[in-house]
Design a protein around this ligand. Structure first.
Ligand code: TRP
Length: 331
């Protein structure tokens, strides 16, 4: 059976973009068609300046939201990365397979290290080695498919290179995974800056809808979304990015086509009202389920404990095999 691994980094509150672009598909499709592991990758949250209490809080919240979004612990494995030692164990071995040059070529490293320097912060070494840890996340489980956004495809390519290189040098150990993206990617853009994606780690601009926003806040953010001064509603990504984003969000909520929806509205006011209502309704059950789960932290802890135990069982033999293949004396 196909195996899927994906991870979500607890560096911010999860957004509508995370839900429409990833979580919804994990819950509605991926977990049912493949043996799936979904991981809150907390170790990755330590690669930039962080607040320990916030990372802890966001990790728990992300795990709770994964369950609230419909990931079913009876169907897939939901766990926290730092609960399974195999990730760090394998990451070190992959650092011994990767080169300094290939790590420095990663776009995310270049961008984030430049940003840290501008802010007068030092660049953590783990920011450079991050792709080795991400590769370990994927390779430890023999995952075939890695559903990720476009910004992560370079890291998955590197993961493939490391898997192939390891297998050639030390004997066949790893499955060579591939990045997958849904055919119709719901790429939600920032409501205040429709050329930029609605990312959880971005500055709060008022253009980001968080999954746990109150309905009033959702409506307010949608109402204030940047559009343009052209009259009427038409779907044109290049010329009218703000309106197009609203149409795409509505399309993702209703299952209709953005072009068709454009015909149904006379002006951006009516369109915004429809988007606000659709998003509030989409998030209503998720918020309700999140509230229930938050009231029962022992249940969530139990799910994560079981998930980590299952993940460990899956990862351990392959990581042991990699240790043996690379020349480490069996314990
Ligand atoms: N790097 C990913 C991100 O920033 C998160 C991640 C870590 C991940 N390990 C992974 C995604 C393994 C897929 C598979 O979004």
């Amino acid at each position: 059976m196909t195996r899927i691994f994906s991870g979500i980094k607890p560096t911010g509150h999860l957004t509508l973009g995370n839900y429409l672009g990833a979580l919804r598909r994990w819950a509605d499709e991926d977990q049912h068609r493949a043996e799936s592991l979904f991981c809150v990758v907390d170790l990755h949250a330590l690669t930039v300046e962080h607040d320990p209490a916030r990372v802890r809080r966001l990790s728990r919240q992300a795990a709770t939201l994964l369950l609230a979004a419909g990931l079913d612990p009876a169907t897939c494995t939901v766990f926290v990365q730092s609960h399974v030692d195999e990730h760090a164990r394998l990451s070190y071995v992959l650092e011994c397979v990767a080169t300094d040059g290939e790590m420095r070529r990663m776009i995310q490293y270049k961008e984030k290290s430049a940003r840290a320097q501008v802010a007068g912060q030092s660049v953590r070494l783990s920011l450079l080695t991050y792709p080795a840890l991400m590769a370990a996340d994927i390779l430890a489980y023999g995952a075939d498919e890695v559903p990720v956004g476009e910004d992560q495809t370079q890291h998955v390519e590197l993961t493939r290179d490391l898997a192939v290189r390891f297998n050639q040098r030390y004997g066949r150990t790893f499955v060579v995974p591939r990045a997958t993206r849904p055919a119709v990617a719901a790429r939600v853009m920032d409501l205040q800056d429709p050329l930029d994606k609605m990312g959880k780690s971005h500055e709060a601009t008022g253009g980001i809808v968080y999954l746990l926003d109150e309905p009033d806040a959702v409506a307010r953010k949608v109402r204030r979304a940047v559009t343009d001064s052209e009259p009427g509603v038409s779907y044109d990504r290049a010329a009218r990015p703000g309106v197009a984003n609203l149409l795409e969000i509505l399309a993702a909520c209703t299952g209709e086509e953005p072009e068709k929806l454009a015909d149904a509205y006379d002006g951006s006011g009516a369109l915004k009202a429809a988007v606000a209502e659709a998003v509030v309704e989409l998030l209503r059950p998720l918020r309700a389920r999140h509230a229930e789960l938050s009231a029962d932290p022992e249940y969530v802890d139990g799910v994560l404990r079981d998930g980590a135990a299952r993940a460990r069982t899956l990862a351990r033999p392959r990581v042991d095999a990699a240790y043996a293949a690379i020349g480490l004396l069996p314990a």
